[in-house]
Design a protein around this ligand. Structure first.
Ligand SMILES: [Zn+2]
Length: 245
């Protein structure tokens, strides 16, 4: 087993193996995460009281072992202030996502996976490097779109591929913040309980299903590029997505 070492920055303590790629790239990693922290923290108006311990691991198996559930995964956040992430030549699980989870949990931890992942994906902006709204446009045009009112039910959320659910969550949260403003979105994020529909219409004065229809209309107002449509098509064929997994 490779020995650990660590390096501290303003808001993080990075842990990585001596001789690893993470050690070689540590200054760049620090720069990226501090930028992410700065944007998330200012956008949500939340500060972490403790520094984030960011563990840069060799493999998904190692992430699962350190997280404690032994489920291999590329990246995960553990309350209150730990991130475990793969960083090797193929997978570099750094950026906004896990830090957005930890920082937003200081506001609230809503019961809906859709909402928690939506806020993290709002900061990511892209899935596989492609803007989320372009994924949604593709899903709408190819019968892969899943309605928001279905996805806010946790057992439904996990029925579909995360290549479908995560971009929908991220793009819908972005739409809410764009249309209603961050303060109203935060009021909703902090007040929502098991009754998503009731809380949603109390804050936004519209039902979830009406808002879902307006979201689809909004996506259809945006421009997109056929070359990107082809890239999405290839990604979806590679990952063998047929709607329900
Ligand atoms: Zn997440």
């Amino acid at each position: 087993m490779m020995a650990w070492t660590k390096k501290e920055s303003n808001h993080y303590i990075f842990h990585y193996h001596i001789g690893s790629l993470a050690e070689k790239d540590i200054e760049e990693i620090i720069n990226i995460q501090e930028n992410c922290y700065d944007v998330i923290s200012n956008c949500l108006n939340v500060e972490m009281k403790q520094k984030i311990h960011y563990f840069l691991c060799e493999t998904p198996t190692e992430v699962g072992e350190l997280f404690g559930d032994n489920e291999p995964c590329n990246g995960c956040a553990k309350e209150p202030n730990e991130v475990f992430a793969v960083y090797n030549s193929e997978v570099k699980c750094i950026g906004f996502h896990e830090d957005a989870h930890l920082i937003s949990y200081k506001l609230s931890v809503p019961p809906q996976t859709f909402l928690r992942e939506g806020l993290a994906m709002f900061f990511d902006k892209v899935s596989l490097g492609i803007p989320q709204y372009m994924w949604i446009k593709y899903f709408i045009d190819h019968g892969l779109y899943v309605k928001v009112e279905d996805l806010v039910i946790n057992k439904n959320f996990y029925k579909y591929s995360d290549l479908v659910t995560y971009p929908i969550a991220g793009a819908f949260v972005e739409y809410l913040i764009l249309k209603y403003g961050m303060e109203k979105f935060k009021a909703f994020y902090c007040s929502v309980n098991e009754d998503f529909n009731k809380c949603f219409s109390q804050v936004f004065k519209i039902s979830v299903s009406e808002s879902n229809m307006q979201f689809i209309n909004y996506i259809n107002c945006l421009g997109y590029n056929d070359t990107i449509t082809d890239i999405i098509k290839n990604e979806i064929q590679d990952k063998n997505i047929i709607g329900i997994t």
